[in-house]
Design a protein around this ligand. Structure first.
Ligand code: NDP
Length: 246
């Protein structure tokens, strides 16, 4: 496990946007960020999931998060512009962006994957990540110390049979991170890094490994140290690196 002990006020007053915040790792990250003082913005497809996370955050005694319902498969430039305007009006800047939402898609050989499935995975995992990043950059530039985290996977660092569009999309995610990090290096207060959570007890893991005993993998809450480290000021100056949660 990545060793890091976050101080309780690590993210005091930081404004942090988390995609796929309604369940799994994204929900745990949003709750961990709020618990460390951040004002969080929850983005996801399913309103009920986002509201449940918002309720848990409020119930734990933290400020009510902003909630932005958006289906990344069908969102276009105007949706991202609307989000930018809303964050600007409400907060005036963005200090952190966790790109977490993803689709697994079919676990099949490439010659068995229908066009529509490949395109859907690339749309959610890559194209939406690009469009959201581009829309948020003006707000991130207003922060004194902003962090962008791209969620990767072990199959985004070495291709593996039957991981299909998902593996390709995670290589593209690493490419987005490296390109952005290089563009920002030396001239910006924004840093960009990638993070592979490793096998974690979520719906996606169960979908990818249907026969596996879920207890073999840590719960999302257990892998939060690296999510906190990369989002907080202790990682200032760390840019263009590929991290593993464990
Ligand atoms: P889950 O499948 O449990 O959760 C995925 C999240 O993404 C949900 O909140 C879901 O929203 C959101 N999402 C999916 N499609 C869309 C869409 N079209 N628009 C908006 N939001 C969408 O995934 P995990 O928590 O397991 O994974 C989180 C990240 O970690 C992913 O990037 C994944 O690739 C990566 N990862 C996970 C591993 C694991 O073992 N769990 C291992 C390696 C990487 P909704 O609730 O509305 O459906």
């Amino acid at each position: 496990m990545f060793e890091y002990q976050a101080p309780p006020n690590l993210l005091a007053d930081r404004v942090i946007l988390v995609t796929g915040a309604g369940r799994g790792i994204g929900a745990a990250a949003a709750e961990a960020y709020a618990a460390h003082g951040a004002k969080v913005i929850l983005l996801g497809k399913t309103a009920a999931n986002l509201q449940a996370v918002a309720q848990r955050i409020v119930g734990a005694g933290h400020p009510r998060p902003a909630v932005f319902e958006l289906d990344l498969e069908h969102a276009g430039t105007s949706d991202y512009e609307k989000l930018e305007v809303r964050i600007d009006d409400e907060f005036g800047r963005l200090d952190g962006l966790l790109h977490n939402a993803s689709l697994l898609g079919p676990r099949a050989n490439l010659d068995e994957i229908p066009d529509a499935d490949f395109i859907q995975v690339m749309q959610v995992n890559v194209n939406a990540t690009f469009m959201l990043t581009r829309a948020m950059l003006p707000l991130l530039h207003r922060s004194t110390d902003a962090s962008v985290i791209f969620t990767s996977s072990s199959v985004g660092r070495k291709g593996r049979a039957q991981w299909g569009a998902y593996a390709v999309s995670k290589f593209a995610t690493e490419g987005l991170m490296q390109t952005l990090a290089d563009e920002l290096a030396g001239s910006s207060l924004i840093r960009a890094n990638s993070l592979n959570p490793g096998g974690t007890r979520t719906d996606m893991r169960a979908q990818a490994y249907p026969g596996e005993d879920p207890q073999r993998n840590p719960r999302p809450e257990e892998i939060m140290p690296v999510y906190l480290y990369l989002m907080g000021p202790d990682s200032t100056g760390v840019n263009g690196q590929a991290f593993d949660a464990r």
